[in-house]
Design a protein around this ligand. Structure first.
Ligand code: SER
Length: 312
């Protein structure tokens, strides 16, 4: 049977680029992007379906009609937006995952991808080189849905043999699509503002270290995991993946080397407490050992690439 991939939440920061990556591998005819909004930008260049993942029956019908074999389920409220409406964040993030897992089991999908996050960790998690297996006590509703979701994924794998795979993403930085409501968004905003206004007011303090990853690496990690033979995917909750760790002051001084009159100021808001509860750096040994994860971009390379693309 041929592969047909459905991306849910394809209009978001990661979805847009994963859609493009998957279309390159499988061809546009085999990749269907979907989102609750109308198609934007590059998503218009292939198959697209405006769809609300919360409508279970329609989702199931669509999967059957289009003979979907894989789902990448990326729709979610992120950490900062989730705090504005915790009950809705719980409902959207959790129910949509369960619909997708049920579909995978009942309609016999070949594979499912679902992202977890460093937000699944919490204040008593060891902060430096956070291990794969450790204390997990998330404080945001987003983090709670990620931790619960990881356990549901593992449950569906063990109980029903659903081939579900997941990564605990750090903050993801890219230039094509802005992120939507996360705590790590400053690391994207800062580049946009550096180009446009040569100044940026940061909502986290200067020395707030967080694990981060350039978009190219995030797409690569996802596709590497999804293309790996099933027996190599030993962890079915979610894999730690790391690339770099930095704080706002370090991004600012790296940008200054390209834009000497760039100015940064700091005005921490409610997102500071969220960032303070998360790891500062990640130990991703199992991902490197099990399926060969390797990152390419550090802060210097990423900054050069971001500024080049945004200036163009
Ligand atoms: N980047 C996300 C956020 O800040 C973490 O998964 O919410």
């Amino acid at each position: 049977m041929q592969t047909t991939i459905l991306l849910i939440g394809a209009g978001g920061q990661l979805g847009t680029e994963l859609t493009q990556g998957l279309r390159k591998i499988y061809g546009s005819d085999h990749v269907i992007a979907s989102d609750i909004r109308d198609a934007q930008g590059a998503l218009k260049e292939g198959r697209y379906e405006k769809m609300d993942v919360m409508q279970r029956d329609k989702l199931f019908e669509f999967i059957k009609k289009n003979q979907v074999t894989q789902i990448y389920h990326l729709a979610a409220l992120l950490s900062a937006t989730g705090e504005k409406d915790p009950r809705w964040a719980w409902k959207l993030n959790m129910e949509s995952l369960l619909f997708v897992l049920e579909a995978a089991h009942e309609l016999k999908l070949h594979k499912v991808y679902w992202p977890s996050s460093i937000a699944a960790f919490g204040p008593t998690t060891p902060k430096q080189n956070t291990p794969q297996y450790t204390i997990m006590d998330p404080t945001t509703v987003y983090g709670i849905t990620k931790l619960a979701g990881e356990l549901w994924c593992e449950y569906y794998f063990r109980r029903y043999g659903v081939d579900v795979r997941s990564l605990r993403y750090p903050g993801i930085i890219g230039w094509k699509t802005p992120p939507g409501g996360g705590t790590t968004d400053y690391a994207v905003d800062i580049y946009f503002k550096a180009i446009k206004e040569k100044k940026y007011e940061c909502f986290l303090s200067a020395d707030t270290y967080l694990p981060m990853m350039y978009m190219d690496d995030a797409v690569k990690a996802t596709l590497d995991l999804m293309e790996a033979p099933a027996e190599k995917v030993k962890i079915r909750s979610s894999y730690n993946v790391g690339a770099m760790s930095f704080c706002p002051a370090q991004v600012a001084s790296t940008i200054k080397r390209h834009i000497p009159d760039f100015q940064i100021s700091y005005k921490p808001d409610f997102r500071q407490a969220i960032a303070d509860s998360w790891p500062k750096s990640i130990d991703d040994t199992p991902a490197r050992q099990d399926w060969g994860w390797k990152h390419q971009f550090g802060l210097e390379e990423m900054t050069a690439d971001m500024l080049k693309n945004l200036s163009a």
